[in-house]
Design a protein around this ligand. Structure first.
Ligand SMILES: Cc1cc2nc3c(=O)[nH]c(=O)nc-3n(C[C@H](O)[C@H](O)[C@H](O)COP(=O)(O)OP(=O)(O)OC[C@H]3O[C@@H](n4cnc5c(N)ncnc54)[C@H](O)[C@@H]3O)c2cc1C
Length: 423
């Protein structure tokens, strides 16, 4: 059977590993020029892998599969690189922080973490690629951007590529991640009943503060995950904590947002994490991507171009443009940011929710709400449309583009599960 896979990310890796030892003819179509330069995601930046039943996706992945996936990635490192991995558990019930957060109304989220680090992900990817590409039945094609997919009357599938090229397969999985949203949107035009729902987007900021203020939290958990239902009714959460890490820009075609990562060997003196507000709308709203991108673009306009806004926490509270920073030195390159007032970009309800959340964090760990800590805007997490994987027998969506996963482990596991079903 001829199998086509669109995109080579976490989900594709899980899928291919299940079917690699069959006599199927497997072709991977990746739009980037090689495995290292494809769109930025957790297997190319940061590489924090975790086991959790309450985050990372909305499908049930048994812990044993999640653990297998964690071991799979860690085993791709050399013995000496494995020693650089930092591990931790967010909110073990015995943690002294559990009650402190709980008593302030937070929901502490339990998860086990292993942090590989941006600087070590290249060798993980190379080892995976070398093993798969050495197989006779696996063919990697780079610089192949898929633009549309059509299920033909004879049930075979045409995959359309840039420059009017076309390939035909018996079975296709789309594993294009969130960066493949344009492709998924295009496919959904032809098959509207594939889309089950689409109304969520998480909007917020990246918060940065000196390591020493959160040292105890970082040492115990590496990543602390808490959620809070704020007075506005919105749920706010911490996400992607990076001890001694760096704030980075996240590039989209027509706007930029902010993100964070950390390495295993090169460190800063700051910790950064996202504070995100989950928004979900009802009829007639149907464009969460549009909503998130407009707010991000507004922040870019205020920052004078393809830049993000930076503000101190005290100026954010007082709705004043920041003109001078205090003791905290930003880790994001200053060419990529402008000092400004984030309140001019954030909808009021989101701004109020974020403030309540940070103030409450400060009641548990006082340094978190110090006036000269930094906020970068906008950080946004887009959720792909949830897609119906039962519509076609031989045409499936795996990983983040399916709308059912949001992490390396869940996306890889989803690929494995669909691969096993195919077998
Ligand atoms: C900056 C960043 C950091 C993150 N850090 C973490 C983390 O530390 N831990 C964690 O668990 N999760 C993290 N995530 C989330 C995680 O990366 C994703 O959940 C996971 O990678 C999803 O896997 P995927 O295979 O669905 O998509 P991806 O891994 O994004 O792979 C999709 C692939 O498809 C290709 N592609 C897209 N469109 C097309 C097209 N039209 N034609 C051909 N190829 C295409 C892309 O180039 C890419 O290679 C992070 C995400 C981002 C953006």
């Amino acid at each position: 059977m001829k199998i086509g896979i669109v995109g080579f990310g976490a989900a594709a890796i899980g899928f291919i590993n299940e079917i690699k030892n069959t006599d199927n003819d497997i072709t991977i179509l990746e739009r980037s020029k090689d495995i290292f330069s494809s769109s930025i995601s957790g297997i190319r930046s940061d590489g924090k892998i975790f086991i959790s039943s309450s985050m990372g996706g909305d499908i049930d992945i048994p812990p044993v599969i999640q653990k297998n996936v964690v071991n799979f990635y860690i085993d791709k490192l050399s013995e000496s690189d494995k020693k650089n991995i930092k591990a931790g558990t967010s909110f073990n019930k015995k943690s002294k922080f559990f009650d402190k957060f709980y008593s302030k109304g937070f929901e502490p989220v339990n998860a086990d973490f292993w942090h590989i680090g941006t600087d070590q992900l290249g060798s993980v990817l190379k080892n995976i690629f070398d093993e798969l590409s050495s197989k006779k039945n696996i063919n990697f094609l780079f610089n192949k951007k898929v633009t549309d997919i059509i299920v033909k009357e004879d049930s075979t599938i045409d995959v359309m590529l840039d420059e009017n090229e076309k390939m035909n397969f018996d079975y296709v999985v789309v594993a294009a991640g969130r960066s493949g949203h344009k492709l998924v949107k295009k496919i959904a035009v032809n098959y509207p009943d594939l889309v089950l729902s689409n109304n969520i987007v998480d909007i917020g900021i990246r918060y940065e503060l000196p390591d020493h203020l959160v040292e105890e939290l970082n040492e115990e958990m590496y990543e602390f995950k808490v959620r809070l239902k704020t007075k506005t009714g919105y749920k706010v959460r911490t996400f992607c904590n990076n001890p001694s890490g760096f704030v980075v820009e996240e590039e989209y075609d027509d706007f930029v947002t902010v993100n964070g990562h950390s390495n295993s060997k090169v460190f800063s003196d700051n910790t950064n994490f996202a504070v995100l507000c989950s928004t979900s709308f009802t009829h007639p709203f149907n464009d969460p991507f549009g909503y998130g991108s407009y707010i991000s673009k507004l922040a870019n306009i205020l920052a004078g171009g393809r830049k993000v806004l930076l503000q101190t926490y005290s100026d954010f509270l007082e709705s004043k443009r920041t003109k001078k920073l205090g003791r905290v030195k930003p880790t994001l390159n200053d060419k990529k940011l402008s000092l400004g007032d984030i309140n001019l970009a954030l909808p009021r309800r989101i701004g109020i929710s974020l403030t309540e959340f940070i103030e409450k964090l400060g009641e548990v760990v006082p340094g978190i709400a110090y006036p000269d800590n930094l906020l970068y805007a906008i950080e946004v997490k887009f959720y792909s449309n949830k897609l119906n994987n039962e519509k076609f027998r031989n045409f499936k969506f795996i990983g983040d583009c399916s709308g059912h996963t949001r992490s390396i482990v869940y996306a890889t596991s989803h690929g494995k599960i669909i691969g096993r079903k195919l077998l």
